[in-house]
Design a protein around this ligand. Structure first.
Ligand code: ADP
Ligand code: MG
Length: 475
């Protein structure tokens, strides 16, 4: 009996359906239409190019197995991709891609331009217009390079930012990844780059977005079946500033889609700026292929500003706000608030507010009160030493044993737990945790964290360890 495309595809589908999650099946396989079969070649139609890329990347193995069952070991697959309407020509047309049938295709093989269908764009950032799609940049004009005070702690990041702003997409700093602790100016710098580019190149499409919002938009687009619009929207951006990428940790769907957007923009010479609270080596649960791309350009750290820079930041802020505050007060703040620029600003604002509400003069006494409150409210950080003591104590071993090379099971577990809690409860990097817990490297610590996560899901006894130690550590 001659096989038709429909029957071949039906058989493939029933096999695939049994082997993948129902939601995935519904999303990625139901929309596919079988077109024809000739010899051992099946042609299927998929709605978009993205769809095709996704299938090739995620489902190629199962597609192959299914096809081989139906059409023999030389089975081949061809995709017809419906291209959306093009500006010059209103007829939808199809483009044909052969399946790699084995390996995910390299990104650069797909060079067909995907035009976006303007009418159908449903992105919250689009301002509907008759002539041109305009994107609201979401930039805060108050964050500029002018009011980002330079110091040793931020010189590299700041000048890389300026270089990128002068020549978006045209420097080696692509992506530019700015990383550092809270309140050190990552968001400020990202905006400053965008604001400067908008000034120099008004025609460029610039977009600032937090990773959280990006994730939410992606989830919504999946829900509303507008995923392709979402992707096309991001693929037409010239300068994409994406804040706090550590938020993508563990979110594989969003990471996947970001990976595609990243590749598309990067290949087309568009600029990407990313910020993160961690260095790439310390990011957990970010896919390797994405991490490796984060490292393509430049990673620049923002460190805590030194005393002179803190004074300069305070003076600049006072100047901009028209405040006159005695020098000894400024120095007192700069001496006592060290780790975070946002707190420095917070103290200054409280001081101004309290002085004006109570019609008081700025005084050192009032400043001390405010600073004390800030310092007390900033949670004291648990040290890695303390964690090692608590964990050793719990397992009734000493710290030296915990740090030793013993492979005894309970010691290994104690060591891994110490690493896990150090990662969770301190701001230390994987590398620094490893070096403090028996001179291990960052990969060992990462492995320990994953092991603890896995074991506490599968092993009840182990889960109890985690909970009990957790209790002992929180005060
Ligand atoms: P992050 O995103 O790293 O948590 P932000 O960019 O939000 O930090 O910065 C916190 C506050 O500190 C902002 O108001 C920002 O303007 C200010 N700030 C940080 N670094 C500097 C700097 N070098 N000069 C002036 N202001 C700064
Ligand atoms: Mg921020």
């Amino acid at each position: 009996m001659l096989k038709t495309a429909e029957t071949v595809w039906m058989e493939c589908l029933s096999f695939i359906k049994d082997n993948i999650k129902p939601q995935a099946y519904k999303t990625w396989f139901e929309p596919i239409k079988p077109i024809k079969v000739s010899g051992n070649v099946l042609t299927i139609q998929v709605p978009t190019k993205f769809f095709y890329e996704w299938l090739e990347e995620h489902y190629i193995k199962i597609l192959r197995v299914a096809l081989v069952r139906e059409l023999g070991k030389d089975a081949k697959l061809i995709y017809d991709v419906k291209m959306e309407n093009n500006y010059s020509n209103n007829n939808p047309h199809t483009v044909r891609f052969p399946s790699s049938n084995r390996n995910p295709i390299p990104d650069q093989r797909v060079t067909v331009p995907v035009e976006l269908n303007k009418k159908e764009l449903r992105n919250p950032f689009i301002i509907p217009g008759i002539q041109k799609v305009k994107v609201e940049s979401q930039l805060n004009p108050n964050y500029s390079f002018d009011n980002f005070i330079e110091g040793d702690s931020n010189r590299l990041a700041r000048s890389a930012g300026i270089a990128v702003a002068n020549k978006p997409g045209g420097t080696a700093f692509n992506p530019l990844l700015i990383y550092g602790g809270v309140g050190l100016g990552k968001t400020h710098l990202a905006h400053a780059i965008g604001v400067e580019i908008k000034e120099k190149y008004p025609e460029k499409t610039v977009l600032y977005i937090s990773s959280e919002k990006f994730t939410q938009q992606f989830i919504d687009s999946v829900k509303n079946n507008t995923r392709n619009d979402f992707i096309h929207f991001y693929q037409m951006i010239d300068v994409l500033l994406i804040d706090d990428v550590q938020f993508l940790s563990g979110k594989t769907g969003t990471q996947d889609v970001f990976f595609h957007i990243f590749n598309h923009l990067h290949q087309n010479g568009k600029q990407l700026v990313l910020t993160s609270d961690k260095a790439p080596v310390d990011m957990q649960d970010i896919e390797q292929r994405l991490l490796s791309r984060f490292k393509w350009g430049l990673s620049a750290e923002l460190q805590t500003p030194d005393y002179e820079t803190r004074i300069a930041i305070l003076e600049n802020k006072m100047y901009r706000d028209g405040l006159e505050i005695p020098q000894d007060i400024v120095e007192y703040i700069a001496k006592n608030i060290k780790s975070n620029v946002r707190e420095i600003e917070g103290v200054l604002i409280s001081l101004v507010a309290q002085a004006s509400f109570n019609r008081k003069e700025y005084s050192l006494a009032l400043t001390k009160q405010i600073v004390d409150k800030f310092v007390k409210n900033t949670k004291r950080e648990i040290s890695i030493d303390y964690i090692q003591k608590v964990v050793s104590n719990y397992f009734e071993i000493d710290v030296a044993t915990l740090q030793s090379n013993t492979r005894k099971r309970h010691v290994v577990q104690a060591r891994q737990l110490a690493m896990y809690f150090s990662k969770k409860m301190t701001k230390s990097s994987l590398a620094s945790i490893g070096s403090q817990i028996g001179k291990r490297d960052h990969a060992t610590v990462l492995h320990a964290c994953k092991t603890v996560d896995n074991l506490s899901e599968t092993d009840k006894q182990f889960k109890r360890y985690v909970e009990e130690i957790s209790k002992k550590l929180s005060f």
